[in-house]
Write a protein that binds this ligand. Structure first.
Ligand code: GLY
Length: 306
């Protein structure tokens, strides 16, 4: 399987010694769940060493007890979503997300500031190659070991010169990728998941409209660092909610009949269109009607594809 070279460390001194051998750019990862913030793509050795020290300092809790140092992969990232029933792999969509907080994909990593589907970089040929060389061999090996995988498989891929390599697997939908997939799949999503649970994926097919979806995350100012809670979000009641427009709530609460911010990533404003440009126009049209001075979003989601 085409994957990145990596090594795992339990103490800072060994990790630093390894870094001095590999040099930069290099990727430093807390070996556990860190709300999407446990990955540092270090351009320099000093940055990589600082990331190792921070992770072992306890800043990431149990997730930082071990650190993985991984080869830096060149290319364009894409997310590939495949439903599995233990034997059959059924692709249900592709997406690209924007992990950095700042426009132009700059600044610290976040859980995701926006996404769009389909991912233009995932041509049918590359998707087929990823299925043949990455996903199906994984399913076969898991079945051979007596632990067949049934559920959602999210392959994070890096595409370079038409070749997909595996960055990571998640056994869940992505956030905010799920929002764009749900917009495009509609009600059939439930039937497909039901078929996966009952081992019937070989009998079903995905019906795709030839459309595009985009979601833009609105976050509380300060995210992914410290941010305030409790500010009032106005204007949501004026927005359309139909098969083309949807606001997914991630970090809101209701207080006295009003929506208030109760998290870092607070809303995913999502739309579908005949083109990505049309979807983007609808999303930013909705965002402009949301009255939330304490929130912010990126205004360039989808820039590569647009
Ligand atoms: N958006 C990245 C993830 O859900 O892991």
């Amino acid at each position: 399987m085409p994957t990145a070279a990596w090594a795992r460390f339990s103490d800072a001194a060994s990790a630093r010694a390894h870094l001095r051998e590999t040099g930069a750019p290099i990727v430093v990862k807390a070996d556990g769940l860190a709300a999407g913030k446990g990955v540092v793509v270090a351009e320099t050795l000093a940055e990589a060493e600082a990331a190792v020290d921070e992770m072992f300092s306890g800043a990431f809790g149990a997730a930082g007890a071990q650190v993985v140092i991984e080869e830096f992969m060149e290319g364009e990232e894409a997310s590939f979503f495949v439903l599995c029933d233990g034997e059959t792999a059924l692709p249900i969509g592709t997406a690209q997300d924007h992990k950095r907080v700042g426009e132009g994909d700059t600044g610290p990593n976040t859980g995701g500031m926006g996404a769009y589907s389909p991912a233009p970089v995932m041509t049918p040929e590359i998707a087929e190659r990823a299925l043949d060389r990455i996903v199906r061999p994984t399913l076969r090996e898991m079945a051979r070991r007596g632990t067949p995988y049934q559920g959602m498989l999210y392959a994070g891929l890096m595409i370079e010169d038409g070749a997909p390599r595996l960055v990571e697997y998640n056994v869940r939908f992505g956030d905010p990728e799920a929002q764009v997939l749900m917009m495009r799949l509609g009600a059939q999503a439930l039937d497909l998941m039901h078929a996966a649970a009952e081992g019937r994926l070989g009998e079903v097919r995905v019906n795709w409209a030839d459309d595009h979806a985009m979601t833009v995350v609105m976050a509380a100012r300060g995210y992914p660092g410290t941010y305030g809670k409790g500010s009032v979000i106005g204007g949501l009641e004026t927005l359309p909610e139909d098969g083309f427009h949807m606001v997914f709530h991630a970090g809101t609460a209701r207080e006295g009949g009003k929506f208030i911010a109760a998290g870092g990533r607070v809303l995913s404003v999502t739309a579908r269109g005949a083109s990505l440009r049309e979807a983007a126009g609808r999303v930013y049209g909705m965002i402009d009607r949301i009255d939330w001075p304490e929130g912010f979003c990126r205004r360039d989601i989808g820039w590569r594809a647009l």
